[in-house]
Write a protein that binds this ligand. Structure first.
Ligand code: AMP
Length: 312
């Protein structure tokens, strides 16, 4: 059976340094982070490639989240490896090294394993691969979402622009939205991106949360102010996983569901940043998630104020 949400992206080994510590060859990658976050909300299948050096532990974690990984190919080359660093500005990842390794010869077989997902998330990966996948599916999924980053905007912008025409929802960092559109103002950047294809644009703003632009409005989904933040790597993918997992199960079109979905994105991102790698997201209890959702309710909810009635 095809899982409801299929995620194509990287499954990686990350070397990450933050002001609070560092990890080497941590289990990561856009599809890994996204899949784990989404798995608390819907059935998930992951399509990716790993190399001969990829540890079994990665598969055990996916298994523990009941994630279908028949779509992960094993290559004889090395696994995709990313080296990143953060200063006290945790909103900006500084890429020190990107080794594409087995990604260079990756030929994703989505249709073969998962012919009819309800939602397809083309997580951060080469836009050529993202386009090929859309070509290969016999039926277009109800919702197609995509994430990308500066690396691909710089190296394959034309291909990326072609794929953007074919999707419904884009998640992108604020600096990358500026880079993609040439607009500094984020409202104008979001409008320019919507004109390129996706009707929903999620602008990720790190510790300032995300802005969700959609037909008829914009919604601000904050990041939870936490006492302990160790590693922002994967926050964006966890946000997207939570958002899409919830949206897949609870409806696509109403702004109300979109707003709830983005709060769920913020919920999953808040667990992600609390520790390195997927330590913060890989084994959450029902109670932990429920209480974090309530905390978001307290953080964001207020009763409307009638100015006429309340002014002096
Ligand atoms: P983010 O949610 O944006 O912090 O994504 C972090 C993940 O993106 C890391 O686990 C990396 O392995 C992965 N990553 C880094 N660079 C790339 C790239 N060029 N393409 C795809 N994935 C990447």
């Amino acid at each position: 059976m095809t899982p409801k949400l299929v995620i194509v992206g990287t499954v990686a080994l990350d070397d990450v340094t933050t002001p609070f510590g560092s990890v080497r060859r941590a289990l990561g990658g856009s599809a890994f982070y996204g899949g784990i976050a989404a798995s608390y909300w819907t059935s998930v299948g992951v399509v990716a490639v790993v190399g001969k050096d990829y540890p079994e532990e990665g598969f055990r974690i996916l298994e523990s989240r009941a994630i279908d990984f028949r779509g992960i190919d094993r290559s004889a080359e090395e696994t995709f490896a990313w080296t990143g660093e953060y200063t006290y500005d945790l909103n900006t990842a500084i890429t020190r090294d990107t080794r594409l390794n087995c990604l260079l010869s990756f030929n994703p077989r989505v249709a073969e394993h998962y012919p009819n997902p309800e939602t397809l998330f083309l997580a951060n990966i080469d836009p050529e691969i993202q386009g090929k996948i859309l070509d290969s599916l016999p039926v277009r999924p109800r919702l197609v979402a995509l994430d990308t980053m500066n690396y691909w905007i710089e190296s394959k912008k034309d291909t990326l622009l072609q794929v953007l025409r074919r999707i419904d929802l884009l998640t992108i960092n604020e600096s990358e939205a500026r880079m993609l559109t040439g607009e500094f103002n984020l409202v104008l950047a979001a409008r320019a991106i919507r004109a390129l294809g996706p009707s929903i644009v999620v602008l990720k703003k790190g510790e300032h949360g995300a802005l969700v632009f959609y037909e008829g409005g914009v919604f601000a989904s904050p990041a939870m102010p936490l006492e302990v933040v160790k590693d922002p790597t994967g926050a964006g993918d966890s946000f997207a996983g939570g958002l899409l997992g919830y949206l897949t199960v609870h409806g696509h079109h109403s702004p109300e569901f979109l707003k709830q979905s983005s709060i769920i994105g913020s919920v999953m991102a808040s667990f992600c940043v609390s520790d390195f790698g997927v330590i913060g997201t890989r084994a959450l209890s029902l109670e932990e998630i429920s209480s974090r959702i309530r905390e978001f309710g307290d953080l964001t909810g207020f009763r409307q104020i009638d100015y006429e009635e309340r002014r002096l």
